[in-house]
Design a protein around this ligand. Structure first.
Ligand SMILES: Nc1ncnc2c1ncn2[C@@H]1O[C@H](COP(=O)(O)OP(=O)(O)OP(=O)(O)O)[C@@H](O)[C@H]1O
Ligand SMILES: [Mg+2]
Length: 463
């Protein structure tokens, strides 16, 4: 409750005198004109003055209460009104109720403005990209959490947070009044990432003095995809160019020098056929890869029994293994559950793994294929391991084996007819199946390629 101030008597007296002046003057005039007697005049004058003083004191008291009440309203405390408002004289009461109305509408507007501000702040915080607000002097006045994580909590000059010359030049240009600017730059801490930075001026400066906004967009993936596409085209054309060059060479030879040479013609035609087959295989693999990629987000839903599939593939490959004096031995668990998948694609997976084991295994050795149930992430999976006794793969190559055209020894792989796409196809098929490929290898001993697939769930299809 605000302190009640003592009534200001001198002010009340002065006001009362001013208010009663006309009455007092009239009485004085009547007295001078001898219309009333001096005794009555004094009495009437005192009565007029007293009544006016009382009314003034009452009115001033009420007004002072209203003044204190409005003061309390400013502190948002309407209940702190010193007295019951309905006990006021009508004019102060009307002023008070008008003040209450004003306060209410002001408070509502304030609440609406605050809600709008909070919504805007929430949007800034929810923007997944880092945002930084700058003032005229290029100082950071505000940043969202994402920018905080990137530039640190510093509030000083932008140069302390992002030390890139191109970024600072763009900031300077926009702050000088040039139109929005976009620059790309790389940050190497904590990990190498590429960003696209956009500077733009803000229409109206904020209360903190922000005049420009810097938004950063992480384009690392985009750049990587661009690079991959470029590499892929370069690799694919290179792979096609080699057999094409061979073909062209032999065509020229057959048309010229070797035209009459029966024996050479036979030999060249055989080579040409092999090269043409190689190109066909390459194109088939590329098409197969792009088909699988197109449907990668759709998990196949058929039930596939791996036992019969593996046995069938082993039979198909028997001849090729025999050519290198190798054997394929299968150990398939008797109660091996079915998996969720696409039979043809899974056949492609194991065909590639068997093919690699035959190509890169030691001649005369055994390839062991084991299929069993394992527990993975608390769920039963089916694991198929293909173990060869080859020379093994150096550790640094393991993470890259599933990249398109990646080979440990490109010349050797190409010489034995490989396109370098086999494991890339395997990986994409397994992605589609929400499965995994694990590779382990020991130099001099051999490699194990393990495929993990989801068990067919009798309860229904998985997504
Ligand atoms: N079992 C293995 N032992 C040793 N190295 C392997 C084995 N499997 C794959 N590699 C290496 O991984 C590379 C990539 O294998 P991938 O199957 O993708 O291609 P490729 O076998 O060369 O060609 P493709 O499978 O198209 O005929 C191979 O070139 C080889 O260097
Ligand atoms: Mg292969």
């Amino acid at each position: 409750v605000p302190l009640r101030r003592a009534p200001n008597l001198a002010r009340i007296a002065a006001l009362a005198l001013a208010a009663s002046a006309p009455g007092l003057l009239a009485i004085a005039a009547l007295t001078i004109g001898a219309q009333i007697r001096v005794g009555w005049a004094l009495l009437a004058g005192a009565a007029v003055y007293l009544a006016t003083a009382l009314l003034t004191a009452w009115l001033v008291g009420d007004l002072e209460q209203v003044r204190d009440g409005v003061g309390a309203l400013a502190e948002e405390d309407a209940a702190a009104f010193p007295r019951r408002p309905d006990a006021l004289l009508p004019p102060p009461r009307e002023i008070w109720s008008a003040a209450l109305k004003l306060a209410r509408s002001w408070r509502e507007r304030n609440a609406a403005a605050e809600a709008r501000l909070a919504a805007a702040e929430a949007v800034i915080a929810a923007v997944p990209d880092p945002l930084i607000l700058l003032d005229e002097k290029r100082r950071i006045v505000r940043l969202n959490a994402q920018a905080n994580a990137l530039a640190g909590p510093g509030r000083g000059d932008l140069a302390a947070a992002l030390r890139n010359p191109a970024v600072l030049a763009a900031a300077g240009a926009v702050l000088r009044g040039e139109p929005a600017r976009v620059v790309e730059f790389a940050l190497s801490v904590p990990v190498e990432r590429q960003y696209r930075a956009r500077f733009a001026r803000i229409e109206r400066p904020s209360s903190e003095g922000a005049v420009a906004v810097l938004s950063l967009h992480d384009i690392t993936e985009l750049k990587r995809a661009e690079q991959m596409r470029a590499d892929f085209i370069a690799n694919a054309s290179h792979e096609l160019r080699t057999p094409l060059a061979t073909l062209t060479g032999f065509i020229e030879t057959l048309g010229g020098l070797a035209r009459e040479d029966e024996k050479a013609r036979e030999r060249f035609l055989a080579i040409m056929q092999a090269q043409a087959e190689r190109m066909t295989r390459l194109v088939d693999d590329l098409l197969s890869l792009s088909r699988i990629e197109l449907r990668e987000h759709l998990m196949p839903q058929d039930r596939v029994a791996l036992g019969p599939l593996l046995r069938h593939l082993a039979e198909v490959m028997e001849l090729r293994a025999g050519a290198r004096d190798m054997r394929l031995t299968l150990h398939i668990a008797a109660d091996l559950p079915e998996v969720t998948g696409d039979r043809d694609e899974l056949a492609q997976v194991f065909q590639n793994l068997f093919d690699n084991a035959i190509k890169y295994g030691r001649a005369g050795s055994e390839i062991v294929v084991e299929a069993a149930t394992i527990e993975k992430g608390g769920e039963p999976h089916v694991a198929v391991a293909v173990r060869d006794q080859g020379e093994g793969i150096p550790r640094e190559h393991l993470p890259r084996l599933t990249e398109r055209f990646y080979r440990v020894d490109a010349a050797r792989s190409r010489a034995i007819g490989g396109t370098g796409l086999g494991l890339a196809i395997v990986k994409h098929i397994l992605n589609r199946h929400r499965g995994v490929l694990e590779i382990s290898s020991e130099i001099g001993k051999g490699s194990v390629f393990t495929v993990c697939l989801r068990r067919y769930d009798a309860a229904g299809p998985e997504l």
